[in-house]
Design a protein around this ligand. Structure first.
Ligand SMILES: NC(=O)c1ccc[n+]([C@@H]2O[C@H](COP(=O)([O-])OP(=O)(O)OC[C@H]3O[C@@H](n4cnc5c(N)ncnc54)[C@H](OP(=O)(O)O)[C@@H]3O)[C@@H](O)[C@H]2O)c1
Length: 297
């Protein structure tokens, strides 16, 4: 145990479930407005290969799509699919006016370059917000789909009334899906952002000198247990975005003992994950509204 740990202290939990439910309620109203105008919003998915975890994610997203009133066409390519096969599938969805949002389940088999895959998606249908045009829009502060996990983290902090504006946020990790876009998002001029954001990564030896002074630490790495109590200022808010799966076991970046030091913390299960799914559908409904010229409900 370190000097900062207090075994009798337990941080306030910051569950993502209620955040997601609030977003789903908003989406339901927007889907109803689209349907009333004769538009069925559509989130199309592509799965390459037979990885059970990926197939499970697709199934879960299709079930949620059905609950929310989305159409969810699906293309399943074999594990030996070529880049041309995948480009064909993406092209078919790009050209289909009834498809408003496209998701290619990640990871794809090694013969397929994921960066090239994202480039092939029509930016107007890029539900993950990872096309360089949409990341550029995020950097420029222009409207467009925002990567789902960063958007979910901003919503989670807002929902739980954690002040962000003017505070020190340290993001551990500069990856394209999480750390990098989150740093852009939380430094935007907006009541739920407006933070002083520092990004640290494997190129910053002794990154803990930054996390130790932060009001909010976001772990966005994918190295189980990389953030420990001694990396946090007592009372700081700890957000666990990074995870690694070993089989079905979810191994988070935040060591469980962080709860003995943090003031508030996302739970091991049911923290950032549910907000990511909610933001996926929020992006999807927004893309449908933009493409059809129908305003939000
Ligand atoms: N909860 C969700 O729904 C959700 C959604 C998306 C992603 N994720 C998770 O979020 C994590 C990050 O995703 P990503 O796509 O952004 O990953 P990524 O591209 O692999 O980025 C990982 C980042 O962590 C840094 N890093 C790795 N080892 C480190 C170390 N020992 N010390 C300090 N920094 C280190 C890397 O530094 P370098 O840049 O120097 O290599 C990199 O910036 C993953 O675990 C992913 O599974 C979760």
């Amino acid at each position: 145990m370190t000097v900062t740990e207090n075994p009798t202290h337990t941080a306030r939990p910051l569950p993502g479930g209620p955040v997601a439910e609030a977003v789903f309620a908003e989406i339901t109203a927007r889907v109803a407005a689209l349907r009333a105008a004769g538009v069925v919003p559509s989130l199309a998915t592509i799965l390459v290969g037979d990885d059970p975890a990926s197939a499970g994610y697709i199934r879960m997203k299709q079930e949620r799509a059905a609950e929310l009133g989305f159409a969810s066409p699906h293309i399943h390519l074999s594990a030996t699919a070529t880049p041309a096969d995948l480009l064909w599938a993406i092209g078919a969805y790009n050209r289909d006016p009834d498809v408003h949002a496209i998701l290619v389940q990640h990871p794809t088999p090694p013969q397929l370059d994921y960066a090239e895959t994202i480039l092939a998606i029509d930016p107007a249908k890029d539900v993950d917000g990872l096309h360089p045009e949409n990341l550029g829009r995020l950097a420029a502060g222009l409207p467009g789909p925002v990567p789902c996990t960063p958007a979910g983290i901003e919503a989670l902090l807002a929902f739980h009334e954690i002040p962000v504006a003017g505070r020190d946020v340290v993001v551990l990790g500069r990856g394209t899906t999480l750390g990098r876009p989150l740093s852009l998002l939380l430094s935007q001029k907006r009541a739920t952002a407006d933070a002083a954001v520092t990004v640290v990564h494997s190129g910053v030896p002794g990154w803990e000198r930054h996390t130790r002074r932060a009001d909010i630490v976001v772990a966005a790495v994918g190295v189980p247990g990389i953030v420990r109590p001694e990396h946090l200022r007592p009372g700081a808010v700890a957000i666990g975005g990074g995870v690694r799966y070993e089989g079905r076991r979810l191994l988070p970046d935040l060591d469980e003992s962080c709860a003995t030091v943090a003031g508030a913390i996302t739970p091991r299960v049911g923290g950032v994950g549910p907000t990511t799914v909610a933001m996926l559908f929020r992006n999807a409904v927004e893309l449908a509204e933009r493409q059809t010229g129908l305003p939000a409900a």
